[in-house]
Design a binder for this molecule. Sequence first.
Ligand SMILES: Nc1ncnc2c1ncn2[C@@H]1O[C@H](COP(=O)(O)OP(=O)(O)OP(=O)(O)O)[C@@H](O)[C@H]1O
Length: 295
Amino acid sequence: MNTLQIKNLSKTYPNGVKALNGINLEITNGMFGLLGANGAGKSSLMRTIASLQEPTFGSISFNTIDVVQKPEEIRKHLGYLPQEFGVYPKISAEKLLNHLAILKGILNKKERKEQVTALLQQVNLYQHRKKSVYTFSGGMRQRFGIAQALLANPQIIIVDEPTAGLDPEESNRFLNLLSEIGENVIVILSTHIVEDVRNLCPKMAILSNGEIISEGNPTELVASIEGKVWAKIIPKRDIDIYKKAFDVISTKLVSGKTQIRVLSGKKPEEGFGLITPNLEDFYFTTLFNNQSKAS
Ligand SMILES: Nc1ncnc2c1ncn2[C@@H]1O[C@H](COP(=O)(O)OP(=O)(O)OP(=O)(O)O)[C@@H](O)[C@H]1O
């Protein structure tokens, strides 16, 4: 069993932005979902765990390795798929993966060839191996990204917003691949897509303004707001009135009509129906409670 232990982690950038503020987390094998809005600090946390930047304060250990003191040690065990891969050179997918395998330290030619072939097959790109990655679709690029992250059998894999920009089919295929991998290693999936976490992750945390504001098993977290979420279709112009009167956690269009969801221990007023909450309701409830606490 692998264990990643994060203690009191903070990161302030040179321009004064405090991106992480006292993060404590313990993550073991399996898929861990890190949910947060744009700017919450997800990439900052991923990059710090991946030893691409140093924290301002706090510690990270992976099994017995001190990640901050010995970044080269964690890199031997790490697979990382960043949000932006940057520019791809104009060489074939197979050659590029082979090159990345050398950089990862797989120096034996036969072993390297076997791994590159097996990974291209695993991510379903073997038939496209002679094509340049820059000609690939978004989904194919992400699958290539996972192949490179899996080189040298990593024990901890970090994927930062991997499904952004993918169509539903590509996204599905990518996430299935990820869940197959996630059984015997740590996989940290950072995303703002609640659905992805609900479908894949037995453990999750919500990050907001650089702080963990909730953590646990998605099903148990959702159960904690059971019986407290009410929905009503209202005229769009009345949204502000309802926001003043009730704890409105979300507003969305359902078949072209405005539906509000309200957090309440009892029926807020006539016309509200109790609904079975989902992870999105829990996410919005947590953000709502956190904002109310702050203001
Ligand atoms: N290198 C940097 N220098 C200065 N500020 C930064 C840097 N990287 C991120 N930030 C700031 O830190 C905060 C957290 O950003 P971060 O990219 O970690 O969030 P995120 O949750 O990954 O968001 P997104 O999904 O938009 O990438 C933001 O206010 C961002 O502007």
